[in-house]
Design a protein around this ligand. Structure first.
Ligand code: HPA
Length: 281
């Protein structure tokens, strides 16, 4: 791969560093990003090793409570998987390029499927705390993109198509798995905002009117970068609270974490079924 841009060179450096730290024979196929409070999903892996983000050159540190900052690799139903427990957000002061560096590095190392999880506030009336929402599409309202600046042609095209960013095939599989397992799995549009303040009730009204079903402060940049590099993406949002103004009462990160932790079993069951179907022959 010939890398022309600064972002491209950074990704190559980090990817080589990662490959040096794990067993040479390990070639990941799927990357999983675990959002706030969802880190325990990793216990379903047959783990081969873990690396702290602080020892991976170029990796942004996860500073938010509920984000471990650990990369764990292993197998799930024979599928070689890397789990990112914790992510960097724009609101921590990172650039869009830095936020997506972990995903890009894993794509560079051979990942072709990205499963992204997050916690969100429910806007649509049927999205209650504890519900899982498969992300059908997103609204990038962060005001930025990881694709700004010179395009790294070896990653993907200048103007990538985003019309099926969340793989219809993977969504179909996820729905089948949910039905078999008796899990309720809703579907909707995720609005990615900058944060870190939770939205005002007026902002939630506006988001509703432009087609958002749930709102959160992550995911959209990672999905843009992954799709740019040709990944198929599955997005699962764990609704942790009614969005501002939908119900009375303040929003607190503590409650978001507790509610996400409570959903880890459902998410694990869902992913387990998806991996059962992705399993290499
Ligand atoms: N708004 C933004 N981000 C969130 C929310 C919310 O209500 N809940 C969890 N993450």
């Amino acid at each position: 791969m010939k890398l022309q841009t600064m972002a491209g060179q950074q990704v190559a450096l980090t990817a080589h560093e990662l490959a040096r730290q794990w067993r040479v024979s390990f070639r990941p196929k799927v990357a999983i990003v675990l959002g706030s409070g969802l880190g325990t999903v990793v216990s379903a892996l047959t783990t081969e090793g873990s690396i702290g983000y602080s020892s991976i050159a170029g990796f942004p540190q996860a500073t938010v409570e509920g984000h471990a900052g650990l990369l764990t690799y292993g197998h799930w139903h024979n599928v070689p998987v890397v789990c990112l427990q914790g992510r960097a957000h724009l609101y921590e002061g990172h650039s869009a390029n830095t936020v997506v560096l972990p995903i890009r590095s894993l794509m560079y190392l051979g990942v072709d499927t990205v499963i992204i999880t997050n916690a969100s506030g429910g806007i649509r009336s049927d999205l209650a705390p504890g519900n899982l929402m498969l992300i059908r599409d997103h609204l990038n309202l962060t005001g930025t993109s990881p694709l700004l600046g010179p395009n790294e042609q070896s990653f993907g095209p200048r103007f990538p198509d985003m019309s099926a960013a969340y793989s219809p095939e993977l969504r179909k599989i996820a729905h089948e798995v949910a039905e078999d397992a008796g899990l309720q799995l809703l579907e909707g549009v995720y609005a990615g905002v900058l944060g870190p303040a939770y939205e005002t009730p007026a902002e939630i009204k506006m988001l509703k009117s432009i087609g958002a079903d749930a709102v959160g402060m992550s995911t959209v940049l990672e999905v843009i970068a992954a799709v740019h590099m040709g990944a198929q993406v599955l997005g699962i949002s764990c609704v942790t609270n009614p969005a501002a103004g939908i119900k009375q009462g303040p929003l607190r990160h503590e409650d978001v974490k507790v509610e996400a932790q409570a959903a880890h079993k459902q998410i694990t069951t869902l992913m387990d079924g998806v991996f059962g179907r992705l399993e290499s022959p």
